[in-house]
Design a protein around this ligand. Structure first.
Ligand code: CA
Length: 541
């Protein structure tokens, strides 16, 4: 009799345990899945949800779905506008000088022993994965699964690296990365755990190689030129005048604009034939032409846009494919989808391509987030947010505790439509990589809703102040103008507060300069950066 009772008791206890386990699993599943999509160098001007001129000619309807079902951020600023450092900031929630990844040179490696949102989410029970371009060196940790491109990776028939080593895939990187993302989600969707998957594209990074399904798609389109395509870098902008990143002088005919009879881009015969069918006739026409001066710059700009935007078209299709997959599998309602780029990019503004500067097109990056049931569809936000905030946001979403060394803030209240009263009114920026490609001098500064104060502190020691309301294209440096004396003094005060808050300083700058210059000496092969830079002239008009 007693025996029977204890059997019943045991059975009852087991039932309770099973019920508790079910409850825990159910609670975990209530935490949203996260699909974090990032492209490389996707200018906000080329996301049609931002309503810029280019979007009308090259729409991104699938990326725009995230905006129409969620929130579009108009002022998402990056801490350091260049690939590796930006990714390091995103993972760590810290500025470059704190996470240790300050530039892309000399085999920079991210220190994965520090806190990252991936590790925090993995520890809290998320299935975590990174697929595509990580570009941080070393072996990524904090991920249950990784399948990444080595370094910059290739557009065509790219190599990937996973736990088993490096291997080659046939096909186009953007399409492969989307398929791998869907395959991974499909493999974990029934595990009873939420997932956090990073689909990080290589596209549309230089040298803008369109995929086989988008080659030539914009050949009949003439894109509108930006107002500053023929910038002469007057207006007190010395650093800009010393640049080496113009469409006119820096963009190459061969590598960048494909004006060569041999593609040499890892293609198979079929891919080569498709490529040649588009670029062959353009090349033939180009070598017979005698374009020069402004007409050549205009021609180069159109070629650049056609290639860049065709790369974006594949990215947009990939976004559509994964969004459709989530919907078809009942996952869309409980999945946050983030779309961003590692920084902004110049699409001919100031005559440039590339990034790096604290000027608007490169400091600002697209950010669109949808979170069904939390974000009001079609929301637009003008707060100063940053890639410094992404790690904190994702940890907050997962119900975790934000590590104290992270320097940004969770966007969750903003996503709910409730910007905190003490939200930042100025954002700190710091770029380091100099001397190097494109000759962008080291600089730091702050951005507010209306002004920018920038200090080019190395090689030249000059301050710049821009009034974005009066001068949205940042053409006239008003630093020292008596009309701005009060504004300037306030900005200086605010800048020093932020430098102290984030533990940045002149001493730290000097330390990084000394370390960098030591490496330059040890690597004579890269001396050409320094030697070529002062000879670069602004285009004459
Ligand atoms: Ca980039």
């Amino acid at each position: 009799m007693n025996l029977n009772i204890s059997k019943i008791k045991v059975a009852g206890l087991l039932g309770v345990t099973a019920a508790l386990a079910g409850c825990t699993a159910g609670k975990q599943q209530e935490r949203p899945n996260i699909l974090f999509i990032m492209s490389d160098d996707h200018a906000y001007q080329a996301v049609s949800a931002y309503n810029e001129a280019i979007g009308k000619f090259a729409p991104t309807p699938n990326i725009d779905r995230i905006a129409s079902e969620g929130m579009r951020f108009n002022r998402c600023l990056v801490a350091n506008s260049i690939c590796g450092p930006s990714r390091a900031t995103i993972l760590s929630g810290k500025y470059s000088h704190e996470n240790g990844f300050i530039d892309n040179t000399f085999g920079s490696h991210f220190d994965f022993s520090q806190n990252t949102f991936a590790r925090e989410l993995q520890n809290s029970g998320y299935k975590t994965a990174v697929i595509g371009k990580l570009h941080l060196g070393g072996t990524p940790t904090g991920f249950d699964y990784y399948d990444i491109l080595p370094g910059q990776g290739n557009y065509y028939n790219p190599d990937f690296i996973n736990e088993d080593g490096q291997y080659r895939m046939e096909g186009y990187a953007t399409e492969i990365i989307a398929d791998k993302t869907i395959d991974y989600i499909d493999s974990v969707k029934d595990d009873g755990k939420p997932f956090m998957v990073m689909m990080w594209h290589k596209a549309p990074h230089r040298s803008w190689e369109p995929g086989p399904n988008e080659l030539g798609m914009y050949e009949d389109v003439t894109f509108p030129e930006p107002a500053t395509l023929f910038d002469d870098y007057s207006g007190g902008r010395t650093a800009a005048s010393l640049n080496n990143m113009t469409i006119a002088n820096t963009m190459t005919m061969q590598r960048d604009l494909k004006m060569t009879p041999v593609p040499g881009r890892r293609m198979n015969d079929e891919q080569t034939a498709k490529w040649e069918a588009v670029y062959g006739p353009i090349y033939e026409k180009y070598i017979r032409s005698d374009m020069s001066g402004d007409s050549l710059i205009r021609w180069k700009y159109q070629r650049y846009m056609r290639d860049f935007l065709a790369c974006i078209a594949a990215v947009d299709k990939s976004v559509g494919k994964v969004l459709d997959y989530l919907e078809a599998n009942g996952l869309a309602k409980n999945t946050i989808v983030i779309y961003t780029s590692d920084q902004g990019f110049y699409l001919g503004e100031h005559g440039w391509f590339d990034k790096r500067w604290m000027y608007e097109e490169s400091e600002r990056t697209p950010l669109l987030i949808k979170w069904p049931g939390v974000i009001k569809p079609g929301s637009v936000n003008d707060d100063l947010v940053s890639n410094l905030d992404f790690a904190e946001t994702l940890i907050d979403v997962a119900g975790g505790k934000i590590p104290e060394d992270m320097q940004g803030a969770s966007l969750v209240p903003i996503l709910k439509g409730e910007t905190p009263g003490d939200w930042r009114t100025a954002f700190y920026y710091h770029y380091y990589e100099h001397p190097s490609e494109h000759n962008v001098m080291r600089h730091y500064g702050i951005t507010t809703d209306r002004y920018k104060l920038i200090h080019f502190y190395y090689d030249i020691d000059e301050w710049e102040l821009f009034d974005l309301q009066e001068d949205p294209n940042e053409m006239k440096n008003v630093y020292g103008d008596p009309a701005y004396a009060e504004v300037q003094a306030d900005l200086h005060r605010h800048l020093e507060e932020l430098r102290a808050k984030y533990h940045d300083s002149d001493d730290l700058n000097q330390k990084f300069i000394d370390e960098y210059n030591e490496k330059v000496k040890e690597n004579p092969g890269i001396e050409y950066w320094k030697l070529s830079a002062p000879d670069v002239q602004a285009p004459k008009h």
